[in-house]
Design a protein around this ligand. Structure first.
Ligand SMILES: Nc1ncnc2c1ncn2[C@@H]1O[C@H](COP(=O)(O)OP(=O)(O)OP(=O)(O)O)[C@@H](O)[C@H]1O
Ligand SMILES: [Mg+2]
Length: 163
């Protein structure tokens, strides 16, 4: 029997954007399973709670049967081992992502040599898109329609109105 190739796609997803979904969609057509892993460790205070971030990702990926959404804490290489994953999936937008991603990929390889990091490039229209930019624009009253799933659009409006 052929072994299933599981890829972990880690991030903070605060909140999920159409750029993330583009990477998940490409990833799931290459690998048998994609586990989207929402990080519990966070340097900055997130806008959305861990539960909210997980739930929005689950809702956005419901039709995709080979995609799981989970949370993880601690070292990514340990979590990958727990999930039986052999690939770390990351998205790369521009040269600005490169330095950090390269550093993380080499450190993760040092920690676990058998785990390969695979970078995918999103559709051109998402190459400038990040969760931070979405939050910034939305908090200033600008429209982020078409850049995030409909549910995220609603939640952003609610959160920024009451918050
Ligand atoms: N628009 C996008 N296109 C391709 N990859 C992306 C895009 N947005 C995020 N990624 C990738 O998804 C992974 C998880 O990213 P992360 O959770 O940091 O999202 P982010 O949009 O960069 O959020 P933040 O602005 O908070 O850093 C990273 O590999 C990141 O490079
Ligand atoms: Mg980022």
């Amino acid at each position: 029997m052929k072994r299933e190739i599981v890829a972990i796609y880690p991030g903070s997803f605060d909140p999920v954007t159409n750029g993330h979904l583009d990477i998940i969609s490409r990833g799931r057509s290459i690998f048998d399973r994609v586990v989207v892993a929402v990080s519990v460790n966070q340097e900055k205070t997130p806008l959305f709670s861990l539960d909210e971030r997980v739930q929005m990702l689950r809702n956005a990926t419901t039709g995709w049967d080979n995609v799981d959404v989970d949370r993880f804490e601690g070292l990514l290489v340990n979590y990958a081992a727990d999930r039986g994953a052999s690939v770390i999936l990351r998205g790369i937008r521009a040269v600005t992502d490169f330095d950090y991603e390269f550093q993380m990929a080499l450190m993760n390889r040092r920690l676990q040599g058998k785990l390969e990091t695979v970078f995918l490039v999103p559709a051109e229209k998402y190459t400038y898109l990040s969760s931070s930019l979405v939050k910034e624009v939305a908090s200033l009253g600008g429209s982020v329609e078409g850049l995030v799933p409909a549910e995220v659009l609603q939640k952003l409006q609610l959160k920024l109105k009451t918050g």
